[in-house]
Each structure stands twice: as structure tokens, then as C-alpha cells.
Design a protein around this ligand. Structure first.
Ligand SMILES: [Zn+2]
Length: 211
């Protein structure tokens, strides 16, 4: 039996990705769910700390990917009925409109959580050789708009404006301990933006803008 999104009516393919099962058993599609993440993001029972990240930098024998978001993922949408989801959608669309007015000339706005440098193993497991090239990951949350892979992000500090072109984009709201490469991410999503350059001008709490 075909199932439909309770909000937009779209037919859901079997094993469709990102479908959310609501409290009353109804399903909503990934696109509808994503529109509400601006106000109802995933929550995690484990918070990545700076010391967790630092251990990933120094213990070079360990893959840095092991030091990632662990613990349980909680989806606040699963605690809603379809009626409550409809109200959540209305609130979220309004919030997106307010953000649009606030960031009038931006295509996307990201709040930075942390920056980490990766040392990918370019050797073998037995004979590891760690790349000295610059691989930086900027983790954060999309506050507004749609972030596209390859976008140029801009941050302003009191001395000047800095910019960098992203290489790849990863969705970090998945259940695995690593990110999933994606082409774009919408407001409310946790992301990692990878850069092949030093990103030492980006600090936790910074606001990055894509124009
Ligand atoms: Zn839908």
C-alpha cells in the first residue's frame, strides 16, 4: 500500500530517505521535515566537546572520524501529531521569513560551532602517512537559507573581511558517526564544510555568510 506525506501529500517510496514517523503514526516526507528544522532541529544526547576534538588531532594513529557525534539522536518531530506538525510548519515558515528579512542580501547563513584540522592517512593502515596538506572542517548549523556545496563563505572580524571557497559539504544530522556528503543543506541542519586551506580566521560562534 502506498503511503503519502501527511503534510504535502507526496507519495512516499518504500524505504524513502528522511521520512519522519510522527507520534500518531502518520509520516511526513524529508522535504517537509527539513522545512521545520529551523525551529525543530535534531538534538543529541552527547555533546561534542573541544577536548574530544583535540584528542582527534593529537592521537594520530586513531582515525579522526572516530571522534565524532556519538550518542542518541532525538528528533523532536517524532513527539508531534500531524496537527502539531502543521502548526510547527506554520511557525517555521514564519521564522524563515523573519530570517530572510534579517539577512536580506544573503543566500545562506551559518553559525560556526567549531573548526578542526584533518590529517587524512594517505599511507596504509600498517604504514600510516599523514597528509600535511591543509584539510579543514568547519562545523556549524545553517541558520538561514540554502547552503550549496562549493559556496564561498564570508566572515567579518573587526580588522577585515575574510572569505573561503568550500570544497565539499557534509550533512551531520545522520545517525552514523560521520557526515554524509550532500549537494545542499537547509536551515536548521548540522553541517561540516570542508576547505583545502587554512581556516584559522574562523572562531566558534562566528556567523558565516554566503552572498
Ligand atoms: Zn511532504
Amino acid at each position: 500500500m502506498t503511503e503519502y506525506c501527511g503534510y504535502c501529500g507526496k507519495a512516499l517510496a518504500e524505504k524513502e530517505k528522511g521520512v519522519v514517523r510522527l507520534k500518531d503514526g502518520q509520516a511526513v516526507c524529508a522535504e517537509c521535515a527539513d522545512k521545520t528544522r529551523i525551529l525543530y532541529p535534531f538534538r543529541y544526547s552527547y555533546v561534542l566537546t573541544r577536548s574530544t576534538i583535540a584528542s582527534g588531532w593529537t592521537r594520530k594513529k586513531d582515525a579522526i572520524y572516530d571522534n565524532t557525534v556519538l550518542g542518541q539522536r532525538i528528533d523532536p518531530l517524532t513527539e508531534m501529531t500531524l496537527e502539531e506538525f502543521r502548526a510547527a510548519m506554520e511557525e517555521s515558515l514564519k521564522a524563515a521569513e523573519e530570517q530572510a528579512a534579517r539577512y536580506a542580501d544573503a543566500k545562506a547563513v551559518i553559525e560556526v560551532d567549531h573548526v578542526r584540522r584533518y590529517f587524512p592517512n594517505v599511507g596504509t593502515v600498517e604504514k600510516p602517512k599523514y597528509s600535511k596538506r591543509k584539510h579543514y572542517g568547519v562545523f556549524g548549523k545553517v541558520l538561514y537559507g540554502e547552503l550549496i556545496t562549493g559556496a564561498e563563505v564570508v566572515v567579518s572580524h573587526k580588522d577585515r573581511e575574510y572569505s573561503a571557497k568550500m570544497k565539499t559539504l557534509e550533512d551531520w544530522d545522520g545517525k552514523s558517526a560521520a557526515g554524509t556528503p550532500v549537494g545542499k543543506a537547509s536551515a536548521g541542519k548540522l553541517v561540516n564544510m570542508m576547505f583545502s586551506q587554512g581556516m584559522d580566521f574562523v572562531y566558534p560562534g562566528d556567523t558565516l555568510i554566503v552572498r
